[in-house]
Write a protein that binds this ligand. Structure first.
Ligand code: NAI
Length: 334
């Protein structure tokens, strides 16, 4: 079956890692017509704004996108395109599986958990203003609708993928109204899923528990900010952002992306590691029911890591992006 999928190559190392992933998907025999968005620099050279260059229309039409990293200025400048895309497409659930990749040095072995992060509200609503010079107010928005929706997503995900336990993570002891509402919604939804064990943890304790013993967790559901921080923390337990995937899911569309940034320090040098985008593409292929191709790619990636002879520098090897990509393809065909 032929798929049409939007590809946003992104900035910095984005075009290199997305070209590598395209090659591997094609070698796995998946028939994809890529609806490729031009590089941001090219769009801006034409005097257009990235969000006005047909990106949203393409994703809405194709329902699925693979996205490379996009640059965001740290202070000042326009708001993050990553956040804008999630908002415009209502990609309300950020799915972050965290699992060891044999061959990657890490603090723990046998970690296998999934974090579900609410992606649209909380302190990411972008509602900030200066009250008086020197005093800034930033609004934390928590709604019953979004909290119920993310809780339901987490429980449905658990059922679909055979997970057994969900921890809701919060700070309702301090933010009694906002995190309290999130918790109330999680409890209500949990009532409908008696087959899944439901637990609660305060965010600071959850962080400590995660670094002490990640094996106690199966799935976590979190509001936006806690989810952002804790999903990177969890990734750090298995080797970092270079070896974990992510998917941003809405009711009708899904955008899969690596969670690392544009890595401007190594862009254009053929040394970037495409693993995180490749793993995100594997999630994407499962989402579009290309299950056996996804498995072939995953098996090949695991073999290449286990052998450890053709890995990129960030994970202790010396291979180029090209060499790593060719090895994954060769292994898949062997
Ligand atoms: P970064 O992830 O780009 O880089 C941090 C370090 O990790 C650098 O040393 C970099 O070389 C290395 N690194 C990252 N990805 C790598 C890969 N695939 N292979 C090998 N090494 C890799 O984070 P940083 O420097 O904080 O952000 C740079 C830019 O990326 C910023 O403009 C930021 O806003 C943007 N960004 C975009 C994201 C997205 O589009 N989803 C996510 C995070 C950051």
């Amino acid at each position: 079956m032929k798929h049409t999928i939007t590809l946003i190559p992104g900035d910095g190392i984005g075009p290199e890692v997305s070209a590598a992933v395209k090659k591997i998907i094609s070698a796995a025999g998946v028939d994809i017509a890529w609806d490729e968005i031009a590089a941001r620099a090219e769009i801006e050279r034409r005097g257009l704004d990235f969000m006005q260059a047909g990106v949203l229309e393409s994703i809405r039409k194709n329902k699925v996108a693979l996205k490379g990293p996009l640059t965001t200025a740290v202070v000042g400048g326009p708001p993050s395109i990553n956040v804008a895309l999630r908002k415009a497409l209502d990609l309300y659930a950020n799915v972050r599986p965290v699992k060891n990749l044999e061959g990657v040095q890490s603090r723990f072995l046998g970690v296998d958990l999934v974090l579900i992060r609410e992606n649209t509200e909380d302190l990411y609503s972008g509602l900030e203003h200066t009250v008086v010079p020197g005093v800034v107010e930033s609004l934390k928005i928590i709604t019953e609708k979004a909290s119920t929706r993310i809780a339901r997503f987490a429980f449905e995900f658990a059922r679909k993928y055979g997970r057994k336990k969900i921890h809701a993570v919060h700070k309702a002891n301090i933010m009694k109204l906002s995190d309290g509402l999130f918790l109330t919604c999680c409890r209500k939804v949990a009532e409908e899923y008696k087959d899944i064990e439901y637990k609660e943890l305060i965010i600071d304790n959850a962080c400590m528990q995660m670094v002490l013993n990640p094996h106690q967790f199966d799935m976590l559901v979190l509001t936006n900010l806690y989810g952002d921080i804790m999903s990177d923390l969890a990734a750090g337990l298995v080797g970092g952002l270079g070896v974990v995937p992510s998917g941003n899911m809405g009711e009708t569309v899904a955008v899969f992306e690596a969670v690392h940034g544009t890595a401007p320090d190594i862009a254009g040098k053929d040394i970037a590691n495409p693993t995180a985008l490749l793993m995100s593409a594997i999630l994407m292929l499962r989402h579009v029911n290309e299950v056996s191709a996804a498995k072939r790619m995953e098996d090949s990636l695991h073999t290449v890591y286990k052998e450890g002879k053709h890995l990129t520098r960030d994970v202790g090897g010396s291979a180029s992006t090209t060499e790593f990509t060719e090895t994954v393809i060769r292994t898949m065909k062997a």
